[in-house]
Design a protein around this ligand. Structure first.
Ligand SMILES: [Zn+2]
Length: 454
C-alpha cells in the first residue's frame, strides 16, 4: 500500500515550475517524505536515486553524482567542479529519518500531506527540509549559468540517526578532497515569534561531546543473613550521591561568548544579567550559580555528568556481588573524554568504584568562526529576513558535524528553516514545516552558496 503510493507519487505529472523555485522544492520535499528512510527498511538508496534524478534534470551531469551502497543504506555525493581559485567547501545532510509509528500519528508519517499551510510527514523537518532546499538552490544556480570559483561538494549520509558509518566515510572523503569548511543543513536555523515574525537566527558552530561511562562495584557476596561490609550497593550509591552533587568547572569559548552575550541582552532580567556577567567574568560566583540553576543553561557553561541508570544484586536474599551505574556526560568541546572519566574517579574517591567505558566517544573541537561564512550567512539573512543577525550557537546534541570537525574541517550548521519554538516536532509526532518557509529557505541557500563560491 505504502509502496504503491510512493510509486504513484513518483509518476505524478511534473509540476510547472522554474528550476529550483519554491514550487519545485515543495514537490521534491513531499515526494522525499514518501520514501520511508527509517533504518532497516532499505529505502535510502531509492531516495538517493530520486535526488540524483532531480539533480540531473536540474542540469548536473550524471557522472557528477555518485551513489554508493553501504549495506541497506547509501550515500550520495555530488561534485560541482569550479574554477579552482579557492579550496573546495562542502554542504552536508542526511537522507535517513527517525522511526515513526503510524498508529501514534494523526496522519500517516510517510504520506506527505499538505494541510493548514503545513507539509506533514516524518523527515519534513529533519533533515529532508534543508536537504531539499539546498539541492533546489544548487539547481537554481546551475540553471542560471552560475560558475563557482571552487569545487562544491554535496555529501548526503544514510545513517546519521543511528550508526554514523556513512558519515565517517563521507567525512574522510571530504578531507581527502581538500574541503576547507563544511555547511551542515541539519542544524542552525531561525526562530519565528507567535506572529510568525523572524526574531533570531543561530549558526551552529560547536557541539558537546556525548559519552556514557559505567561505574562498577564488585564484591564476593554471600548470604544476606551473614552480612559483611562494605556492601556493593551502598558503595555505588555513595558514588552516585557524590557525582550528583558535583559541578564541573565553568568554561567559555568563542561560540558561547557570542551566544550568551546575544541572549543575555535579549532576555534581560536576572538570567540575562547573569549571562552578561558570566561573559565579563567566567569566574563570577553569583552568575555561575544563576546559570547552573537553569537546565537550559548549565550545559552551555560546563560539562555535565548525570547518573541515569543503575542495576545491582542478583537475589533478594544475597549480598550483592555487582552494582553498576550508567553516567551520561555532555562534555564541553575540546575536553578529552578520558579527562572527564578521571575527574569522575577523583570525585568518587573510592578505589572500589571502577569507572570506565568500552566505547570510543567521538569528541570534536568548536569550529573557529570564519569571516567568510559569517559574511555569507549575513548576506543570506539580509536577502530573506532583513534585520536579523546570525548568532553562533553550541548544540547539546551530536550531528554529522562532529565527524568533520574531528578531522579538522570547521563545520557550521546553517539551515534555512524558520520555526516557532512550539512547532519543533523533529523525532516526535506529527512532524511538519510551514509551506511559507520553503521559498525563503531556497533563497537562503542560494545566496549562501553563491556568496561562498563567487
Ligand atoms: Zn537530523
Amino acid at each position: 500500500m505504502k509502496l504503491a503510493l510512493a510509486v504513484a507519487l513518483l509518476l505524478a505529472a511534473p509540476v510547472h515550475a522554474a528550476p529550483g523555485d519554491a514550487a519545485q522544492a515543495k514537490e521534491m520535499l513531499k515526494r522525499g517524505i514518501a520514501f520511508d528512510t527509517v533504518k532497516g527498511r532499505g529505502k535510502v538508496p531509492a531516495y538517493a536515486d530520486y535526488l540524483k534524478t532531480a539533480l540531473v534534470a536540474g542540469g548536473f551531469a550524471a557522472s557528477d553524482v555518485a551513489i554508493d551502497r553501504h549495506g541497506e543504506t547509501a550515500t550520495l555525493h555530488l561534485v560541482w567542479r569550479g574554477s579552482g581559485k579557492k579550496r573546495p567547501f562542502a554542504i552536508t545532510g542526511h537522507m535517513d529519518v527517525v522511526e515513526a509509528n503510524p498508529k501514534d500519528w494523526v496522519r500517516d508519517p510517510f504520506t506527505p500531506i499538505e494541510e493548514d499551510g503545513f507539509v506533514f510527514g516524518r523527515g519534513s523537518h529533519d533533515n529532508k527540509f534543508d536537504v531539499t532546499m539546498a539541492i533546489n538552490a544548487l539547481i537554481a544556480l546551475k540553471s542560471s549559468g552560475f560558475k563557482p570559483n571552487r569545487d562544491i561538494h554535496l555529501f548526503l549520509s544514510g545513517d546519521e540517526e543511528t550508526d554514523w558509518k556513512t558519515t565517517e566515510i563521507q567525512a574522510r572523503a571530504a578531507k581527502a578532497a581538500g574541503v576547507e569548511f563544511m555547511l551542515n543543513t541539519d542544524n542552525g536555523g531561525g526562530t519565528l515569534d507567535e506572529n510568525l515574525k523572524p526574531v533570531a537566527y543561530n549558526i551552529s558552530a560547536a557541539e558537546k561531546t556525548y559519552a556514557d561511562f559505567k561505574a562498577v562495584v564488585t564484591n564476593p557476596g554471600g548470604h544476606s543473613s551473614l552480612p559483611t561490609w562494605p556492601n556493593a550497593i551502598a558503595q555505588l550509591a555513595a558514588a552516585a550521591v557524590k557525582i550528583d552533587a558535583y559541578r564541573f568547572a565553568p568554561q567559555i569559548n568563542e561560540i558561547t561568548r557570542a551566544s550568551l552575550t546575544a541572549e543575555g541582552r535579549k532576555r534581560g532580567g536576572r538570567t540575562g544579567a547573569a549571562m552578561l556577567a558570566f561573559v565579563a567574568n567566567p569566574a563570577d560566583p553569583a552568575a555561575i550559580a544563576t546559570l547552573r540553576a537553569d537546565p537550559w543553561l548549565i550545559g552551555q557553561i560546563s560539562t555535565t555528568c548525570i547518573p541515569t541508570m543503575v542495576s545491582a544484586g542478583h537475589a533478594e536474599n544475597a549480598l550483592p556481588q555487582r552494582a553498576t551505574m550508567n553516567i551520561n556526560c555532555r562534555i564541553f568541546p575540546g575536553v578529552p573524554v578520558d579527562a572527564v572519566r578521571a575527574e569522575l574517579e577523583k570525585v568518587v574517591a573510592d578505589p572500589a568504584v571502577k569507572i570506565g567505558t568500552d566505547t570510543v566517544w567521538l569528541s570534536s573541537p568548536a569550529s573557529p568562526l570564519r569571516a567568510d561564512v559569517m559574511a555569507a550567512v549575513a548576506k543570506a539573512l539580509a536577502a530573506t529576513r532583513p534585520g536579523l543577525t546570525a548568532v553562533p550557537a553550541m548544540d547539546a546534541g551530536a550531528s554529522d558535524s562532529v565527524w568533520y570537525r574531528a578531522l579538522g574541517i570547521p563545520s557550521f550548521g546553517t539551515g534555512g528553516l524558520f520555526v516557532r519554538e512550539n512547532e519543533v516536532f523533529i523525532h516526535g509526532l506529527n512532524e511538519r514545516v510551514r509551506v511559507a518557509s520553503i521559498a525563503p529557505a531556497v533563497d537562503h541557500w542560494r545566496v549562501l552558496i553563491s556568496e561562498l563560491a563567487r
